[in-house]
Write a protein that binds this ligand. Sequence first.
Ligand SMILES: [Zn+2]
Length: 426
Amino acid sequence: MKTKESWAQRTSKPRKAIWKVLIPGILLMLVISGYWALPAVRQAQAGSKGQFQAGGQAPAAEAVTPAQGRSQAQAEALPRVEKITLTAAGDILMHNTQIWSGYQADGTYAFDFFEPVKDLIGEGDYSSTDLEAVLGGPEGGYTGYPLFNSPDAVADTLKNAGFDLVFTANNHILDRGAKGALRTLQVLQGRGLDTTGSFKSQDKPLLIKEIRGVKVGYLAYTYATNGIPLPQNKPYLVNLLEKDKVLMDIKTMRPQVDILILALHWGVEYRPEPTEEQKAMAQEFLQAGADVILGSHPHVIEPMEIIKDRNKNKFVIYSLGNLIGDQHGIERNSGVILNLQFEKDFNKGTTDLCSVSYTPTYSHSYIDRGKQKFRVVAVEDAIAQVRAGEEPYLKAKDLPVLEQVLKQTRGTLGKEGDPKILSPNP
Ligand SMILES: [Zn+2]
């Protein structure tokens, strides 16, 4: 998370010009209402924000002097809204060629995959991705497909790129057994990254982040673990995408958050659209209380859409595509960095999705001083830089590929003005 400001702090921000107009009206309201709002305001300022938002339940009133009461109620009467932006990127694959690309002369590893898109990854308030590999340690060697085991330096790369959260529920999380899955959590968390989707203990803590008073909860699941069974004594290790379980988790998390996000590792590989089963599941999860579904796993981009649910805009992207990997073909090297902006109205206690936008990306393999390297570029930026003669590794001959990536991504996801894209508020 980039910035943190508590809601209680926001209530005390001075906005004197507005107060001058509002004070007489508020005083009158207080007389009429008999200070009904005070207990809730006091509770919010004491830090019990969740309860106040969720139910507006007033705790037993404590003694409040009229002077204290007036200033608190004045703050309460001011319109208070907060906008936050959540960023999401697709799958991070770690093929053996990528592992070799980070090998250093001293035997360590270092990767700089995300340098060209660092600003985009870090632009929002909180940024997530899916790591489709384990960090199982050097024993047994680092390996790519089909059993992925990557150097710990990948965790540093993710952290340095600006990611805050790594989903670990995917079909490769058991590639090095339970030990590898547990070590992955330890390494990611050790670098200060949040994780969800796999867990080290039965209590499976819910991932809820508070961003300037807006509570965001993330749940992550995978359709399977490539035939490697979950250890019998650790059924909690990986969240499997079982409908009833997901519905139960939504029910548990919903009252605790303003925004509920599901990261689902699902779908059919290389298929450019979701299955009917996925569409039905998305509907059901959104109606059950989820606000957003972030899909991953197919290695290609699949459509996104706004789904109306009781006048609320809900959102699903069936697949974000690959952010990086060494797969071949235009579709498998296409991804997006997605921005979802929400607005919370603290007075009404409502939070709405107000903008959806994305940046098309391209996973680019190139040769630098005789060595194969990998990086992610923002497609439009790369095209502009090639045209300006400022792109070090892409040339005019690469333009048709970049233009095709852009065309296909826009074709699948839409462009601004499309009904499935919400334009940012002015
Ligand atoms: Zn997968």
